[in-house]
Design a protein around this ligand. Structure first.
Ligand code: RB5
Length: 143
């Protein structure tokens, strides 16, 4: 499995922490930026980089981080085939893989603590899409 990860300036520190967490878990990732917390950048550019990586099948799924996770999710979800979920708790992280087959998880550096953010990523990565009626509902969204 390979993961695309990106943030704006408001999510840079959490991105770096999650990269270390992915490495500890021996999970391959590609960092699409940004490269500094002190330089203001536009989150839609980073959401699009990760969406493109998924849609071209260069990676399997993605992690996007901004201050709230909201701007990233709004931007990424403009792409057909992208299901980006803003998640702030472990239950929802598991459910959004099992039910929504979310292929991007969006995190909020200014809201969620580091330890919880790592648990959220783990819960999402370790869950399995349940298909069946959930696939029908995803098909409804896509169509
Ligand atoms: C950047 O200041 C902030 O708007 C961004 O990180 C994010 O919260 C947007 O949704």
């Amino acid at each position: 499995m390979k993961i695309a990860i990106a943030s704006n300036h408001g999510g840079f520190e959490l991105k770096e922490l999650l990269k270390a967490h992915l490495s500890e878990r021996d999970i391959d990732y590609e960092d699409f930026g940004t490269t500094a917390a002190m330089v203001s950048v536009d989150y839609p550019n980073y959401a699009q980089k990760v969406a493109n990586a998924i849609l071209t099948e260069a990676v399997d799924c993605g992690i996007l981080i901004c201050g709230t996770g909201i701007g990233m999710s709004i931007a990424a979800n403009r792409n057909k085939g992208i299901r980006a979920a803003v998640v702030g708790d472990v239950f929802s992280a598991k459910a959004t893989k099992e039910h929504n087959n979310a292929n991007i998880i969006c995190l909020d550096q200014r809201v969620t603590g580091d330890g919880l953010a790592q648990m959220i990523v783990d819960a999402w990565l370790d869950a399995t899409f349940q298909g069946k009626r959930h696939q029908n509902r995803i098909d409804m969204i896509e169509n």
